[in-house]
Design a protein around this ligand. Structure first.
Ligand code: ATP
Ligand code: MG
Length: 355
């Protein structure tokens, strides 16, 4: 539904007289009907990415395709028609902002009517549509209020209603819940999830909070210095050895392996989450297992999580129990050992240990 290829954005920083590379070849692929989260530290390029997706910001190079339409090609020509085509395409992309961006002199209803006015929707039909949208976001009774009379959560609901005015297929959200308290955040995320399901809306959201990703995202990408360094469905990420996103989603504490102990991170997802593997492991190999930390949660209705356990003895003494865990379909990472590269050596050791 949203695809970017080789998306690059370079800003000219006039004060320092040098260029800032905000996006450095971003290939993003958001499937129709999913909620996709982009997470990253301040300055990673998240806002630049979302602003390039709806061409609020013109990319320096690369392409942006939304619902089969190449937006970068649309606005490329000169003259009023090129601009018109881009505006028409953009009206099918809703945008929600961190600070709501409501007009304080207009009532709630008039704020939602504004984009309809721009789209040329007239009179009664415009009012009917605005009230319908306010009903959809649970604010039917606030139509005559002014933004200053609303709570933060209610303001964001107006922002969402306004974003839906053009019957968009795609909703972009830049930190929509960052200015809200945790409970209001949950209710706004739930609203986005409901809209995603009921209207088949594809949602691309930017956040710096892992909890947001955990609560509503089907897929996620991690941005660092203008690049996407990891991406995939949450399930795939959890199943990827050494995934930074998976580790951040389910952080577990406890020290890494030492000379006389092996510390192992186990990722549970899907069917494996329900199995009593730890007690099986302990019984089968007659070893004492300490649980150092655990983080379990429900993601997309499925139980997933991570557990950090300690086995007595060095890694080499534990290849068989570790092999046992992997045979149960679990993702197992040995803490303190590099994830990639060592995998082959590890599996060799496991094979030898099994002899
Ligand atoms: N209009 C601009 N002119 C010059 N530099 C800019 C401009 N907008 C953004 N930048 C720079 O581009 C980089 C990426 O900024 P961006 O706003 O995309 O980051 P972000 O990930 O959204 O950060 P945050 O989490 O703080 O919102 C930063 O180094 C920023 O200073
Ligand atoms: Mg930003």
């Amino acid at each position: 539904m949203i695809t970017t290829t080789g998306l690059t954005k370079v800003y000219r920083d006039r004060s320092r007289g040098r260029d800032v590379v905000a996006l450095d070849g971003v290939d993003l692929h958001v499937r129709e009907g999913e909620v996709y989260g982009v997470i990253g530290q301040s300055g990673a390029g998240k806002s630049s990415l979302i602003r390039c997706v709806n061409l609020l910001e013109r990319p320096t190079s690369g392409t942006v395709t939304v619902d089969g339409l190449d937006l970068t090609a649309l606005g490329g020509g000169r003259g009023p028609r090129a601009g018109q085509r881009l505006r028409a395409a953009r009206s099918r992309i809703g945008m929600v902002f961190q600070h709501f961006n409501l007009l304080s002199s207009r009532t709630v209803r008039d704020n939602v009517e504004l984009p309809l006015e721009i789209l040329g929707v007239q009179g009664r039909e415009r009012t009917r549509k605005a009230l319908e949208l306010l009903d959809l976001v649970g604010l039917a009774d606030k139509a005559g209020s002014y933004p200053s009379q609303l709570s933060g959560g209610q303001k964001q609901r107006v922002g969402i209603a306004r974003a839906l005015a053009g019957d968009p297929k795609v909703l972009l959200s830049d930190e929509a819940t960052s200015a809200l308290d945790p409970e209001t955040t949950r209710s706004i995320l739930q609203l986005l999830r409901d809209l995603n399901r009921e209207l088949g809306l594809t949602v691309l959201l930017i956040t710096h909070e892992m909890d947001v990703v955990k609560q509503i995202c089907d897929s996620a990408a991690l941005m660092e210095r203008g690049r996407i360094v990891e991406s995939g469905t949450l399930d795939d990420l959890l199943a990827t050895p050494g995934s930074e996103l998976a580790t951040a989603l389910f952080p577990v504490s406890g020290e890494a392996s030492g000379d006389d102990r092996t510390v192992v991170d186990i990722t549970f997802h899907g069917d494996t989450a329900a199995q009593p593997v730890i007690s099986q492991l302990s019984r089968t190999y007659n070893i004492d297992i300490s649980i150092l930390g655990a983080a379990m949660d429900t993601v997309g209705g499925k139980q997933v999580g991570r557990m950090r356990i300690e086995l007595p003895g060095r890694f080499e003494d534990n290849v068989v129990p570790i092999g046992f865990l992997r045979e149960q379909g679990l993702q197992v990472d040995v803490a303190g050992r590099p994830a990639a590269g060592s995998a082959a050596a590890e599996s060799q050791l496991v094979k030898e240990g099994a002899k």
